[in-house]
Design a protein around this ligand. Structure first.
Ligand code: ZN
Length: 387
């Protein structure tokens, strides 16, 4: 068996992944055209069935984890050196795009880019991992760790139904490679992500006629406004803590002192150590107007993915391979969370952003850059053989 990291072998892998590109695009088109919004189980399951069939065709052992309210999660095992812990390849095939988006945003290839709902986040990443494994298989490279692919269906809405599955599989793995899109148009890898949480502050006030009984009213909107100013003070950009009151609701008519009002707040933290303090601050909120009552719900949903030594080792391995492929691979931190936050918080070395390079995730111009595709697929295949 040749040294898997040898430049020679790497260039063979690159040749295969370059040759695979037309077929990869066909697979990608089929996957993008099978729309899969997180909240539509039937649609997501259709995408899952297609993926299951493709993985089975390439010799993967597929397990479907059934879920009642969301799409079924997909686990696929590929064999490797016996007695070794597997590498986990992690992704999701739900998208933020509602059914019917294709009518205005069809899959199309133009100007060296491929467009379509979910093409960047993260259907191309799934196709890349599929073809990276195919390339290894085609070249007869079997001297690597076993591979466990986990693709879930509710990442875009917080991974409530997949979190325990992700964590239980990750605990048995040596490392986790996350196929979320790379950062920026140069395609940096992600070694840290902020933790993400959400709170809702609901104010119950006292309604009254704004003209006749103004004094009898206790405005939920006024109280909420003060609370919003209060939570805005929790932001500490220097420590990587941000608090964003993103949605407000309240009141019924302008001539009524509002009885109800609420705000949805997004929180981000860079370090897990800051979670407790922030939680205390939210639970310590008290009404300014004693006739108003506060209901505060929520908390941290994803712990931060911190830049651990294990993650740095994975990054360095990827950067070395990239150099052999003639690529310059950067490193970045992001405020956005992913399923990699869960695995990293367990202490499993996790490297994220190994998926497609492109721009416009969650936006109408969402696209991937095609010239990165063979290189990144080869990088992923190479990384699989070096861990
Ligand atoms: Zn994603």
């Amino acid at each position: 068996m040749a040294n898997p990291t040898s430049t020679d072998l790497l260039s063979q892998i690159l040749q295969v992944s370059t040759r695979q590109q037309p077929e990869m695009l066909q697979t990608l088109q089929r996957l993008v055209e099978t729309e899969s919004p997180s909240d539509n189980k039937a649609a997501v399951d259709q995408a899952g069935s297609y993926l299951a069939q493709e993985f089975e065709r390439q010799g993967g052992r597929v397990t479907i984890h059934r879920v009642v309210d969301f799409g079924n999660h997909l686990q696929v095992e590929f064999p490797g050196r016996s007695g070794q812990k597997p590498v986990m390849l992690l992704g999701h095939f739900d998208t933020v795009w509602p059914l019917g988006t294709l009518a205005n945003m069809p899959f199309r290839v133009a100007g060296g880019r491929a467009y379509g709902p979910g093409v960047l986040d993260m259907k191309t990443g799934i196709v890349m991992l599929m073809y990276a494994l195919r390339a290894l298989n085609e070249l007869g490279i079997r001297d690597h760790r076993p591979v466990t692919v986990l693709l879930d269906t509710d990442e875009e809405i917080g991974s409530d139904s997949s979190r325990s599955l992700i964590e239980s599989i990750a605990r048995q793995c040596e490392a986790v490679l996350v196929l979320e899109p790379a950062q920026g148009t140069q395609g940096s890898l992600k070694t840290s992500r902020k933790g993400v949480g959400a709170y809702t502050i609901h104010v119950h006030g006292q309604a009254s006629h704004a003209g006749v009984d103004f004094e009898k009213g206790h405005s939920a909107i006024l109280e909420l406004s003060r609370q919003i100013l209060e939570v805005a003070k929790f932001t500490d950009v220097g420590r990587g803590i941000t608090v964003n009151p993103g949605v407000v609701r309240g009141g019924t008519r302008s001539n009524v002192v509002a009885a109800e009002a609420s705000v949805d707040v997004d929180i981000r933290i860079a370090r897990v150590a800051d979670a407790g303090e922030l939680e205390q601050k939210f639970s310590g909120l008290r009404p300014f107007d004693p006739h108003c009552r506060l209901e505060v719900t929520g908390g941290l949903n994803r712990p931060p993915m911190e830049r651990t030594p294990g993650t740095v080792r994975l990054l360095e391995a990827a950067q070395n391979l990239a150099k052999s492929l003639g690529m310059d691979l950067g490193e970045s931190a992001t405020g956005g969370g992913s399923d990699g936050n869960f695995t990293s918080a367990l202490g499993i070395p996790t490297l994220d952003g190994l998926g497609a390079v492109g721009e416009g995730a969650h936006a109408a111009h969402e696209c991937i850059f095609l010239d990165h595709l063979p290189l990144r697929t080869a990088l992923l295949a190479g990384l699989n053989t070096t861990i």
